[in-house]
Design a protein around this ligand. Structure first.
Ligand SMILES: Nc1ncnc2c1ncn2[C@@H]1O[C@H](COP(=O)(O)OP(=O)(O)OP(=O)(O)O)[C@@H](O)[C@H]1O
Ligand SMILES: [Mg+2]
Length: 270
């Protein structure tokens, strides 16, 4: 595959519509994700957030409009062509399910064992590396049932990043976690964006987490890193869109969202 153009947007969703039978789920949805940026998708339950991510992965085909990933139109691709595109896409699913009968290492390395030609000892090294990144090295040979909810969520992130995708899609990665654990997951998203130059789409109900990711930055310090307040330019690289019944009801940065007057938007801010 050709190297994606570094300047081109990583994802373009253009006038996408989808209905399940009579029910219109997405109507003329358009947005663009630039490389290294974050797009936060907010919206009530049933507003179409997960559906958009599934369309970007090619798991669902839109009825109208077009979708580009790394400059290639994907909504018209065959399953075989999509497999190539998906190598650069990592998804943390809303259901978040790990395979209960596999160890943490086997879960994290799953895609590499199944879909790559990487030798097993190299996969093991990559698994150790991503679990180290996420701070769960000590759990590498445990079973998912021995982990807390937050640890499981972080393993799901490690699994999504194992193949070093340039794009990560997070569907409610912090939902159901207490605020402190949620922040450890938010920090992983910030680190991946700023230290690994990953472009991300974050679907969430939790505005607190969205603002955390939009207003913090990870910087290298010696061997490690530090999470600091982001400067204004970095804050502007996090764009928010709000879906309302399948339509984009708002698009803007964190400051514009905070200042929004619309009642539906306000109900998320309170
Ligand atoms: N495969 C499907 N068949 C029929 N209807 C579907 C299907 N998938 C989703 N829907 C419907 O599409 C609408 C949007 O679903 P979606 O999962 O995208 O919502 P969501 O915004 O992610 O909600 P939540 O916040 O609860 O996760 C819902 O009304 C849902 O019932
Ligand atoms: Mg959903």
């Amino acid at each position: 595959m050709e190297r994606p153009d570094a300047e081109a947007p990583v994802i373009v969703v253009d006038k996408v519509s989808l209905a399940f039978d009579e029910k219109v789920v997405l109507k003329d949805v358009s947005f663009t994700l630039e490389r290294g940026h974050t797009k936060v998708i907010l919206g009530a339950s049933g507003s179409g957030k997960s559906t958009i991510l599934k369309i970007i992965l090619g798991l669902l085909k839109p009825d109208g409009g077009s979708v580009f990933v790394n400059g290639e139109r994907i909504d018209t691709m065959s399953e075989t062509e999509l497999m190539q595109v998906r190598m650069d896409l990592g998804m943390v699913f809303q259901e978040g399910a790990l395979f209960d009968s596999l160890t943490v290492a086997e879960n994290v390395g799953f895609k590499l064992y199944e879909e790559s030609t990487m030798p097993p000892d190299e996969i093991r090294r990559r698994v150790e590396e991503v679990l180290g990144f996420i701070g769960l090295n000590d759990f590498i040979d445990r079973m998912p049932s021995e982990l807390s909810g937050g640890q499981r969520r972080r393993v799901a992130i490690a699994r999504a990043m194992a193949a070093k995708p340039g794009i990560l899609l997070y569907d409610e990665a912090t939902t159901g976690l207490d605020p402190i654990t949620a922040i450890t997951v938010d920090e992983e998203m910030v680190k991946l964006r700023d230290l690994e130059n990953v472009s991300s789409i974050i679907v969430t109900h939790q505005l607190r987490d969205a603002f955390f990711v939009a207003t913090r930055e990870a910087v290298r310090r010696g061997d490690g890193y530090e999470i600091v307040a982001a400067d204004a330019r970095k804050c502007d690289e996090a764009e928010f869109i709000m879906l309302k019944e399948g339509v984009v009801a708002f698009e803007g940065n964190a400051a514009e969202l905070r200042a929004a007057k619309d009642q539906y938007l306000r109900s998320f801010l309170s």
